[in-house]
Design a protein around this ligand. Structure first.
Ligand code: ZN
Ligand code: ZN
Length: 154
């Protein structure tokens, strides 16, 4: 870990590009239903930065906002051409921007993952060596019930 970590990344089609200039504030593998729906895969990889450490270089993003089971708003931003979710802003992590961990240029997974959250909806084939595991998350506080297919959206 150096004081000035610099990385670049972007979406699948290459129109959206960004650069980061710090080490992440926090990182997680997330098995919540929303991350599964957002990615079409088993889990999301969340890499959060202070907002001033992330700069968009190119491309056009579309927003999608939703509210988690804990009543926190999340706004994702995805490429208008290829649909890759590149960024998100979570009310619960004020002042930061989340970046989809798989969107960094290779070597994409240069950061450590600190915790694993929403293991209650984890795919049975997904195993890893992350020690800090949660059935939901440390900030989870359910205030609403989502429809069955989305249930467990954090
Ligand atoms: Zn794209
Ligand atoms: Zn999630």
């Amino acid at each position: 870990m150096s004081d000035v970590e610099k990385h670049e990344g972007g979406c699948a089609c290459g129109e959206v590009r960004y650069k980061t200039s710090a080490y992440p504030t926090h990182t997680a593998v997330c098995h919540c239903r929303y991350c599964q729906l957002r990615t079409g895969s088993a889990f999301g990889v969340s890499v959060y930065f202070e907002r001033n450490a992330v700069e968009k270089l190119s491309g056009k993003l579309q927003k999608f906002e939703y509210e988690t089971e804990s009543g926190n708003k999340v706004c994702t931003e995805f490429c208008v051409i290829c649909g890759t979710t590149v960024y998100w802003y979570a009310e619960a992590f004020h002042g930061t921007v989340g970046i989809g961990g798989g969107t960094f240029d290779p070597p994409s997974f240069w950061y450590d993952i600190k915790r694993e959250v929403f293991c209650r909806s984890k795919a049975p084939f997904s195993e890893n060596a992350i020690n800090d595991k949660y059935q939901t998350s440390p900030i989870y506080n359910q205030v609403k019930v989502d429809p069955y297919r989305q249930s467990g959206s954090g």
